[in-house]
Structure formats: C-alpha cells, structure tokens
Design a protein around this ligand. Structure first.
Ligand code: NDP
Length: 447
C-alpha cells in the first residue's frame, strides 16, 4: 500500500468506481507506487485534485459496430475510444482489434499512453481505441466492412487537432488503410488524422518499424549507461513476432545481437546459433505461423507452448506480445536462464509480481511506457510532416527516432537518480511522465 494518505484515498475510490477492471487498476497501481515517492512533497497535487482527475478519463466512447460477413450474416462487435487526457496535446493513441478488448484494457492502454506520450517530448495527449473484433480468419472484404462500420461512428470524434488514431495489435497497415479511407470519404477532407498510413498517402517511412527499432535504441542506451556494455554478441529472446517483435528482431540483429528465441500464438522457436529473423518476418508478414519455421530451416527447436520461450538461455528479453504475458512463473524462468536485462516492447507485458522479481534480482528493467515509445514518437513525426506537407527520408526519421529514444532514456534515468532510486526506470518513467502532465494540468485550471 502507498505511504501517502492522499493516494490511499484516491486508490480505494478508484477500486470502488471501476469494479472488475483489473488491467486498469494494475496500471494505476504501478503508477501510484512510483509517484508515492513525491506526491506529498507538493500540496498542490492534492489541492487541485490532480490524481483524482488522472484516474478518470476525459471521455470514454462505446459504440455498436454492425457489419455483414461473407455469408450475408449480420455480426455485431463493440467499439471503444478512450480520450484519456489532452492536457499536453490532442488525443493520440492506437487502435486494437482483438477478442480480448474490453473497457478495462482500453482504459489501461489510454492511461499508459498519456504518460508515454509525455515522455516523448512531443505535444501529444493520451488516447486508445479498439474493438473485440478478431481480424484473424476474416476475409479482406469482411475486415474492410468492419473497419468502415467502426469508422462510421468514430469519425465524428476525430480530427487532426482533436484525436489522431493509429494501429496497434491486430490493426496493421491494412486496417489503418481501410479506416483512413473511409474517414476521408465521409469527412471529405485529406488531413493527418491517422498515423501509420501507407507511404503513398501521407505515411512516414519507418513508422511500421519504429516501435521495434526504438526498443533496440532504448535498450542499447540503457545497457551502455548502466553496465557499460553493448548489444553486440548479446543473446536475445523476443515474444510475439508481430509488428513490434519482428522489427525489434531485425534491428537487434543489425546491431550485432543474436536472436536465440521468438514466439507467436502457435508456439516458440529457438536456435543457439541465431534465428533467421528476416525469414520470421516474411512468414509473419504473410499472416503465417512461427510453427512453420522448422519446415524451412534446420538447427531449430520448436515447442507448441509459447511460454517455453522464457526457458531459453539468453542475456536480454524483449516481451513484445501482449499485456500480462510474463507471469511470476515466467519471470522465474527468465531469471534462471541468465537474463540481465528485460525491456518491454508490449504494453504492460510483465505482471507486477514479475517486475518485483526482476528488480529484486537486480535485472535491468525498462517499462513499456518508456521503451516502446518509438512508435508514437514516429507518429508524432508523421503528424509534423503531414501538417507541413513534407516528407523526410528514412535516414532523417531514423536519426530523429534515435535521438528521441536516447532523450527518453536519459529523462527517465535522471529522474530515477533525483528521487533516490538510480536506475529504477519504473520509478523514473512514471514520475517523469507524470510531472509533465501535472505541470500542464496545473496551468490550465480545473477542467
Ligand atoms: P501484432 O498484432 O502485430 O503482433 C502481436 C504478436 O504477438 C503476434 O505475433 C501474436 O501471434 C503474438 N502473441 C499474442 N499473444 C501472445 C502470447 N501470449 N505469447 C506469444 N505471442 C503472442 O501487435 P503489435 O506488435 O503491434 O503489438 C504488440 C504489443 O506492443 C501490444 O501490447 C501493443 O499494444 C504494443 N505496442 C505496439 C505498438 C505499435 O506500434 N504497433 C506501439 C507501442 C506498443 P499471432 O501472430 O500468432 O497472432
């Protein structure tokens, strides 16, 4: 429990008001544990009701998404958009299409996004959206009809200075294309209201790769600053081989690491010599499964249980699949397998117990809200390009991304030092993100 009486009161009220929203409560609890170190130093935080306001989204939109499948049957999904906090800029956050999506998941993602966006140094508020729609196994026509129906409601809440969605889990370039196309048609305007767009219609080079690449830049900075070491020669395991995981694998290999294990929902593959990560990416880009990899490559072991990934001997772990995928049992395996650094590519992939174990064992740990901020940072760059009607080259975007990730790391690290917990980036990231949002909320009155 928190030492601040103020936080104790706000947290128990938050529990009362959000029954059954486990993921949201988990995110709030991690945040409060960190700011517990500073919250009582500044009486204005309580006087202005800052934390009460932060645990309440500015707006939550829930809507029906009806569409017709290929057999002519009517299907109905539930759509969400949480416009979480706009103190430092317009709402910005991705769109998740996955059967697990519910109010708790959307709210936790919007909450995390608020502080992540603050850490990027760009003027972006926090948001997140999605639906319990599962694109897997759907035809292209079904996915398009669903995306159009989703947008037929959501469009009225969006705008390039209001709320700018992007993709996320289950919503890649194809889904963003369908959503942006429909938005453009019904609004009759072509603006930068989406990021993650295709290159031919205003997208930024490197946006698809940015979260995974940014994760590697962050990890490199952290390893060098805290251990005086480099990614070169390090054995890396990566869970999830979607957008974040596969691009992290490609960049980590390029930076000299050996990718010894990867996974997806069909299982995990491992190779001491290093996996052919370009081939994994090719498989996944073709919407195929990692279980097919051993059919084409030798020197590889396969298990149908993706959690066996955490038993592979490695130096670094990048959990890049989904929330709470690394449970205490997995964390114990990660410790046993010799890992010295865990950087979260996904949002909140490690449970609170797993993080506690890593910190207790002095394993370097980077929370997602800092380490995976490369995607939204590059979205910020895409918005700047769209607003100015220009486009930057891949090397320009990459250089900016590297600089942003370095700054995020240094901001988190400096903050951890200032509050007496040097190198604890959970504390550093949460406090640094909070202070920026707090400052803006304080200046703008009670709204
Ligand atoms: P994708 O849908 O592209 O990929 C997710 C991958 O994870 C897929 O390979 C999926 O397998 C796999 N997977 C799902 N659950 C598990 C599991 N329990 N164990 C192992 N693998 C699993 O999503 P993204 O890569 O875009 O997103 C991944 C995470 O990163 C999410 O938490 C997202 O919020 C976060 N994130 C994404 C950003 C982005 O720019 N895309 C930005 C910042 C954060 P299969 O392919 O078989 O379904």
């Amino acid at each position: 429990m928190f030492k601040s009486k103020y936080l104790q009161r706000v947290f128990s009220e938050c529990l009362r008001k959000n029954p059954g929203e486990d993921e949201f409560i988990q995110a709030v609890s991690e945040f409060m544990e960190a700011i517990d170190l500073i919250v009582d130093e500044d009486p204005d935080i309580e006087r202005l009701g800052i934390i009460e306001r932060l645990v309440e989204p500015e707006r939550l939109i829930i809507f029906r998404v009806p569409w017709v499948d290929d057999a002519g049957r009517v299907r109905v999904n539930r759509g969400y958009r949480v416009q979480y906090n706009s103190a430092i800029g317009p709402y910005k956050g991705g769109t998740r299409f996955d059967p697990s999506v519910n109010q708790s998941i959307i709210k936790f993602l919007g909450f995390e996004q608020t502080f992540k966006n603050a850490l990027t140094g760009l003027p972006l508020g926090g948001a997140k959206g999605g639906s319990d729609f599962d694109p897997a196994g759907k035809s292209e026509g079904e996915v398009m009809r669903f995306c159009q129906s989703y947008m037929a409601e959501l469009f009225r809440h969006l705008g390039s200075n209001i709320d700018i969605p992007a993709g996320d889990l289950g919503a890649g370039a194809r889904e963003v294309g369908f959503m942006f196309g429909y938005y453009r048609k019904i609004r009759n305007e072509f603006t930068g209201t989406f990021t993650g767009k295709g290159l031919s219609y205003g997208g930024s080079v490197l946006r698809p790769q940015a979260t995974g690449f940014g994760l590697c830049y962050f990890a490199r900075e952290m390893l060098s600053n805290l251990r005086g070491e480099d990614l070169k020669g390090k054995r890396v395991v990566i869970s999830g081989s979607g957008n974040v995981g596969s691009n992290a694998a490609v960049k980590a290999k390029e930076l000299g690491a050996i990718i010894v294990g990867m996974s997806d929902i069909s299982g995990m593959i491992a190779s001491e010599k290093g996996l052919d990560v370009e081939f994994v990416k090719e498989l996944k880009d073709g919407r195929r499964l990692i279980s097919e990899y051993p059919l084409y490559r030798t020197d590889v072991s396969f298990s149908a249980d993706y959690r066996d990934l955490w038993k592979v001997q490695a130096d670094i772990a990048f959990p890049c699949a989904t929330q709470n995928e690394v449970k205490l049992e997995d964390a114990k395996n990660i410790v046993k397998s010799g890992v010295m650094m865990v950087c979260e590519g996904a949002n909140m992939p490690c449970t609170a117990e797993a993080i506690d174990l890593f910190l207790e064992k002095q394993i370097l740990f980077a929370p997602g809200k800092a380490a995976n901020a490369g995607g939204v940072s590059t979205s910020g760059l895409e918005m700047s390009q769209n607003a100015q009607h220009i486009s930057w080259s891949a090397s320009e975007v990459d250089a900016k991304l590297r600089e942003i990730m370095k700054n995020i790391y240094q901001n988190c690290y400096r903050t951890s030092v200032r509050v007496g917990h040097p190198g604890n980036l959970v504390i550093g990231a949460n406090i640094a993100g909070f202070l920026k949002v707090y400052d803006a909320m304080k200046a703008q009155g009670i709204i």
